[in-house]
Design a protein around this ligand. Structure first.
Ligand code: SDX
Length: 374
């Protein structure tokens, strides 16, 4: 009897979660019951990070303490800093992020302790240090002096400060904060499921997050925001967009930033991110990418009925903010560490080793012929 194979686990429910859900009744992604766009309007990223990790929005006091811990943990060890200085300058920043988290795992005194208290402490160290490690590499590969983190700055402000030496206009910081909120969590996506699979053998959180970063790098997942920018740079000008996208579709190309396994009539995060993309374009007085964005989107919907996903608006927005293209997915990482960690904690709380079956299609039984007779 042929097994009913669901390649890519398409449509298969493998576990329960309380972290997030796309609620069809409001066509919104919700974190612990709160709509993501509502959180974008009323909260800053640290509040949402706390919510995803702890299950409730923080009080003023709880937020103050959360920020205090995050800012205290921003410093990198000498070993980690020296290692970053010796990474090949041409390393992809996603590989830098993956390797930096691995080194943090080598050094963390609580690596062996998988209790939720110890894991939460380790999460705060990974959450606080990964942006600092990335910003250090950003400066080093440009031959610039490393800028130490500033504990008076918020998570978003501090990332700009460490990369560029200054905090930009508040509209730019708010748009960045919104992108981190929208990127923070999305249920059993491939990188989160990778983290849960690694955790299911009771391995450690540094290993689970290292694996998740490796998975997120792929262009079919988080790496798409970088590919969107490569596409826009190839298109160059709005007047080229119509021909470019029609040719791409004529050649059956996969257009990055479009389509989604779960959302089939549009990613609920896109309208919010699109609005902030516009705000950033206005501040930067550069509408070119918005024009390209709209032309490509229109053709994708008209010809294929395929809608943008969150990586489509974030790509050009990060470009306008001044980030190098290969730093777009690492920004996704510094946000999604919160979602991955919440799922790692949840996996530990009700663990079952993840071990699916395969339908064997190989050779039937046969005897080994010794080498001298082969
Ligand atoms: C993220 O899962 C998550 O939640 C992920 C994420 C998160 O927050 O964690 O939301 C973040 O990863 C968003 C997705 C970013 N990836 C991209 O933008 C890459 C481009 N997108 C495609 O590769 C694709 O849409 C996927 C991989 C995202 C989803 O694909 P599925 O569900 O596996 O569906 P499929 O590839 O089988 O496509 C179904 C049909 C195919 O046509 P046919 O072969 O049936 O004729 O739709 C076509 C595909 O060719 N199609 C596309 C397309 N996406 C789907 N055709 C052109 N361009 C596209 N982008």
């Amino acid at each position: 009897m042929a097994e009913d194979i669901k390649k890519g686990l398409l449509g298969i429910v493998v576990d329960e979660t309380e972290v997030s859900k796309v609620m069809p009744e409001i066509n919104s992604l919700t974190y612990r019951g709160y709509a993501a766009q509502d959180l974008c309007a009323k909260c800053k990223f640290e509040e949402v990070a706390y919510l995803i990790l702890n299950g409730e929005l923080p009080s003023e006091k709880q937020l103050k303490n959360f920020e205090k811990v995050e800012r205290k943990e921003r410093n990198l060890s000498k070993t980690l800093l020296e290692s970053i200085k010796n990474f090949p300058k041409k390393s992809h920043p996603m590989d830098v992020a993956r390797t930096a988290v691995s080194i943090m795992g080598l050094e963390d005194k609580e690596t062996k302790d998988n209790s939720s208290e110890a894991n939460l402490r380790k999460v705060m160290r990974i959450f606080a240090k990964t942006p600092v490690a990335l910003a250090a590499f950003y400066r080093i590969r440009k031959g610039k002096k490393i800028i130490k983190p500033k504990s008076s700055l918020s998570f978003s402000e501090n990332f700009f400060y460490m990369c560029f030496g200054k905090v930009p206009e508040k509209e730019i910081v708010k748009a960045f904060d919104v992108s981190l909120i929208l990127y923070a969590e999305h249920s059993f996506n491939v990188s989160t499921f990778t983290a849960r699979t690694i955790t299911s053998s009771l391995s450690d959180i540094h290993g689970a997050i290292t694996g998740a970063i490796a998975s997120l790098k792929g262009p079919l997942h988080g790496g798409a925001n970088e590919e969107v920018m490569h596409m826009m740079n190839k298109i160059k000008k709005p007047e080229n967009a119509l021909n470019w996208i029609n040719n791409a579709l004529d050649q059956k190309a996969v257009v990055m930033g479009f389509g989604h396994r779960v959302y089939k009539s549009g990613d609920s995060r896109v309208p919010t991110m699109r609005e902030y993309f516009s705000k950033v374009a206005k501040v930067k007085k550069d509408k070119k990418f918005e024009k390209i964005y709209d032309i490509v989107e229109k053709v994708m919907i008209e010809r294929k009925n395929i809608h943008p996903n969150v990586d489509y608006p974030t790509g050009p927005t990060y470009h306008l903010m001044g980030f190098d293209t290969d730093f777009f997915t690492p920004i996704f990482v510094i946000s999604r560490i919160t979602g991955w960690s919440a799922h790692i904690l949840e996996q530990h709380a009700a663990n079952k080793l993840i071990r699916p079956l395969a339908s064997y299609k190989g050779s039937g039984y046969r005897k080994v012929v010794p080498l001298n007779q082969r």
